[in-house]
Design a protein. Structure first.
Length: 108
């Protein structure tokens, strides 16, 4: 049996103002799914599987701007899936804030 760690993921509506940018501020696309293990980025940009990149995850409504490093794992019709790499504690807390906000809204 294949034992893989899995994390709860939440859907984030495109209207939520949650997106990924480069460290230089170039907006790459909206984050449409987020979890403690990574995110799904709706983007037209191509990323090579296994390629690690620096991002700034932003939630405009929560005033969250947190730098993360993530590795491209797959591409689907919805976007590019990234796995967090060496997630810092501060970034994990900020991501938890975003997840918590959108989990609550999804239940309402």
């Amino acid at each position: 049996m294949d034992e893989r760690r899995s994390f709860d993921r939440i859907q984030i509506p495109e209207s939520a103002g949650v997106y990924a940018a480069t460290p230089q501020g170039e907006r790459l696309g909206g984050i449409v799914m987020l979890g403690r293990g990574g995110f799904l980025l709706a983007t037209g940009q191509k990323f090579e599987s296994g390629q690690a990149r620096e991002f700034v995850l932003t939630d405009e409504t929560q005033r969250v701007r947190t730098p993360v490093r993530a590795v491209a794992r797959y591409t689907s019709s919805q976007g590019v899936g990234f796995e967090f790499e060496d997630l810092k504690a501060d970034a994990a807390v900020e991501i938890g804030v975003i997840i918590g906000k959108h989990s609550i809204q999804g239940q309402a």
